[in-house]
Ligand binder design. Structure first.
Ligand SMILES: *Cc1c(COP(=O)(O)O)cnc(C)c1O
Length: 826
């Protein structure tokens, strides 16, 4: 790796010439970006090769994190940072008149995920590599990631995300590692010497081609692999077709490649489309085939037969989307490796572990039996057998309790229930925050917890503080390092050393300057993109995340409407000026969420130009919320809105990113908010609303009637009525869906129930902000106690508690290994 800016500049100019035959002056910004990224990739390659080699020879256990989503964002600057060359590169580029940030802007966001779940997977990869764990990702290379959101006339419009248009520098296509995945067809059974043999026939073959993306570890030489699978038509099948029928051949190719064309844009919701099931089996089967193939090759000395697979391989499934890993492993062990059912089951259960991400009923995956059977006939047979044996065990334990057994079965009521399959087929089931894990054990999966008490555990989510603090907020990172040294980058809990500066006026002033700078940057972006001038001295009150009823953007809107009503009544109302910033995508088929966006943009249109308001409040909806936009918004936030209905947000991770960046959180006692309060102390966080216990009690025992509230609380009645009485300059029925979600469904998400305490909490924010010194103290304490929410902590807990893996130090140019022939190729 280059050690000086001079070395860097020479290599960079060389790269421009060899790639494009161009000098610095002739090349476009895009060429420069590609040259820089390619140069970095070349340097990564040596470490990547060495990492793979050492993993192979060490014989240590490795973990594969299977996830349908990896929301990576951009990689350039994070790679430079982890390699320790960010400053050299920025300086070297600057000397040539090039801005690193401008080059990075040219990288497409890899938006291969919807939100929190996909971003968690990406943060996990960063921490796995930083902690030098042998751990890899396995997912799908969607041709189109999450749609691009445009706001037109206040409405969301979806455009396809064409992230691969100009190629993707970080991926390496590995055509020689392609595997075939089989769909449809039928299964023929034969008996040989008393053993059943299964032949899958007349299937549709889909070629799965892996594209590998390097995952660079911070301050070490580890480079792990994210393997993303792409569906391609088999050249052979294509040509055999095309002799006879060219059009059929093209159609065939089109159909096969449809498998990985697009990411389903639903967050916390399952649509139940057959193509989605196909995607799930596609990447799971391909991933397992490549793991088994490598295992057999690396363990060819026979001292490790397939029966020890689980001692060397851990497969983690991120939610139930990859739960087909369970029957697929069974299929490989039984049909391909000739193991007995009992042997195969022992290995499978001990290989697989599962994370539950949600208790929302509409997000629970279940597949109609007919669809499942038709697409995956052999896998269905195996699931049936798993279910049969499992129900027999249930019957032993709960004789005669038919109803209980039906509710716990994997196959019941015409569906295959994926969460049940995931619990039965893995040795560990974890929730993603303490409260969520408790709700799983005591409520949603109480039956399963009773039957498998030792499987359940908690692993509170995190975010990588290197992306979300060090790189997203370089000025804050520099200030922290100046104050307490740089150890926090590898040991995030060292951030607690900031605590003693919380009351220090000089440090407070520096913190305030950094925040102000970040707010100015965001204000400029808002001006450029929305044409709205915002006051950087106002409170930046930020609510960014997917739009969803349970996340209660509506509650935030009702507060703003109330404030607006109050301001119109008394324009000199004593409030700290506020800028309300929203961002987030609605699933294209989610009507209520889309109308919520329209409500926000409509209110914004009224408030922002109303002279009575005297610029005391502004509302901004920033379109196309994504990782890159989050990196711009979060460092500029004063207030973080984490106001989900208690019990509904399993953990949240946005909450942690804001905390790290010194925003003050206004929140319900939901998900990881509770643990954030425990870390930072109740005096440093603004809590309101029903508790999860109260919410669950209302659901199970009743006792809440929204109409009582509506008729007894004048303010609530006025606000609700304003949705449909012509207050907004839109059609009378424009916000019917929102009105219904409050009134007709008895306020399912307790928006109106929590309204009063939310307003009081917002008033507390207002009072705090007036005393800038006390506000800065809150802000500093939040940064200081955010260290626990680094994925470094989360991943260490998974490694020790679930995967049983150890770090492995990678050294380029270190020890050389003799190489038995079978180990040469990976
Ligand atoms: C972190 C993140 C999320 C998750 O946010 P929550 O507030 O936890 O829902 C969603 N989208 C993007 C782009 C993110 O970076």
């Amino acid at each position: 790796m280059f050690k000086t800016t001079e070395e860097f500049k020479t290599e960079f100019v060389d790269k421009l010439q060899t790639l494009f035959g161009q000098s610095l002056d002739d090349s476009s910004p895009k060429d420069k970006y590609i040259a820089l990224a390619s140069l970095i990739r070349d340097h990564i390659s040596k470490r990547w090769y060495q990492t793979n080699k050492q993993y192979r020879y060490s014989g240590e256990k490795q973990v594969y994190y299977f996830s349908m989503e990896f929301l990576l964002g951009k990689l350039l600057v994070n790679n430079l940072f982890n390699l320790g060359i960010k400053d050299i590169c920025r300086q070297g580029l600057a000397e040539m008149g090039i801005s690193l940030e401008e080059l990075e802007a040219l990288e497409p966001d890899a938006g291969l995920g919807n939100g929190g779940l996909g971003r968690l997977a990406a943060c996990f990869l960063d921490s796995l590599a930083a902690l030098q764990f042998p751990g890899h990702g396995c997912g799908i290379r969607y041709r189109h990631g999450l749609f691009e959101q445009k706001i037109i006339n206040g409405y969301q419009v979806e455009l396809p995300d064409n992230w691969l248009e100009d190629g993707y520098v970080w991926e390496v296509r590995k055509a020689d590692r392609a595997v075939t995945v089989k769909f449809g067809g039928n299964v023929r059974m034969e008996t040989h010497e008393g053993q059943c043999i299964f032949y899958h026939e007349n299937y549709e073959p889909v070629r799965a081609v892996p594209y590998d993306v390097p995952v660079v570890g911070y301050n070490c030489e580890t480079v792990n692999t994210l393997r993303l699978w792409s569906a391609e038509a088999d050249e052979f099948d294509f040509s055999s077709f095309s002799k006879g029928d060219y059009l059929k051949a093209v159609e065939y190719k089109y159909n096969v490649e449809a498998t990985t064309q697009v990411l389903y844009p639903d967050d916390n919701y399952q649509e139940g489309r057959i193509l989605r099931l196909k995607q799930q089996y596609f990447f799971v089967a391909a991933g397992i085939a490549s793991i088994v193939r490598r295992y057999m090759k690396n363990h060819c000395e026979a001292y490790n037969s397939i029966t020890k697979f689980h001692e060397y391989i851990s497969i983690h499934i991120n939610d139930t989307h990859p739960a087909l890993a369970i029957p697929e492993l069974m299929r490989v062990f039984i049909d391909e490796e000739g193991l007995s059912w009992e042997e195969a089951w022992h290995i499978t259960v001990n290989t697989v572990s599962y994370t539950n991400h949600t208790i929302l009923p509409e997000a629970m995956e279940k597949w109609p039996i007919d669809m499942f059977k038709c697409l995956l006939p052999r896998i269905y047979m195996i699931v049936e057998e798993i279910n049969k044996r499992y129900c027999a065990a249930l019957w032993q334990r709960y004789p005669g309790e038919w109803e209980k057994i039906r509710r716990m079965a994997i196959i019941a009521d015409g569906y295959v229930h994926m969460a049940h399959l995931a619990v039965v087929g893995s040795h560990s089931v974890n929730g993603v925050a303490k409260i969520h894990s408790e709700i799983l054990k005591k409520q949603v999966m109480a039956n399963f917890h009773e039957f498998y008490p030792y499987r359940f555990n908690n692993k509170t989510n995190g975010v990588t503080h290197r992306r979300w603090l060090a790189n997203a907020n370089p000025q804050l990172a520099a200030l922290i390092t100046d104050t307490i040294g740089f150890s926090w980058l590898a040991h995030p809990t060292d951030l607690t050393n900031l605590h003693k500066y919380a009351g220090d006026a000089v440090f407070q002033e520096k913190i305030a300057q950094v925040k102000r700078h970040n707010k100015e940057v965001l204000a400029k972006y808002i001006k450029d993109h929305n044409g709205i001038t915002v006051d950087v001295d106002s409170i930046f009150d930020v609510h960014v995340k997917r739009i969803h009823a349970y996340k209660r953007q509506t509650l935030n809107v009702l507060h703003i409407m109330d404030l607006y009503n109050r301001l119109k009544e008394s324009p000199d109302l004593d409030i700290a000026p506020r800028t309300f910033i929203f961002g987030g995508k609605a699933a294209p088929g989610y009507h209520l969420a889309k109308r919520t966006i329209k409500l926000i943009t409509t209110l914004a249109g009224m408030v922002n130009k109303d002279p009575l308001v005297k610029n005391k409040i502004k509302i901004v909806f920033l379109e196309n919320y994504s990782v890159s936009l989050a990196e711009l918004i979060i460092p500029a936030a004063d207030v973080s809105e984490q106001i989900s209905t208690a019990s509904k947000e399993a953990s949240g991770t946005g909450n942690m990113k804001f905390m790290m960046n010194g925003a003050v959180t206004i929140c319900t006692l939901d998900g990881a908010n509770i643990e954030m309060r425990d870390e930072v102390g109740a005096e440093n966080i603004i809590v309101f609303g029903l508790t999860a216990d109260e919410v669950i009690r209302y659901y199970t025992q009743g006792g809440y009637n929204v109409l009582d509230l509506y008729h007894s609380d004048k303010r609530i009645k006025m606000l609700v009525d304003q949705l449909t009485n012509g207050f907004f300059p839109v059609g009378f029925d424009e916000f019917d869906a929102i009105y219904h979600s409050l009134i007709r469904t008895n306020d399912e998400y307790f928006v109106l129930k929590d309204f009063g305490t939310y307003i009081s909490a917002q008033n507390r924010i207002n009072e705090f902000y007036k005393n800038q010194s006390s506000w800065r103290k809150l802000s500093i304490n939040n940064i200081a106690f955010s260290g626990r929410f680094s994925t470094d902590r989360t991943i260490s807990e998974y490694a020790i508690g679930i995967w049983k893996i150890k770090p492995l130090v990678v050294r380029v140019g270190g020890r050389q290994y003799s190489s038995p022939a079978c180990l040469l190729d990976d």
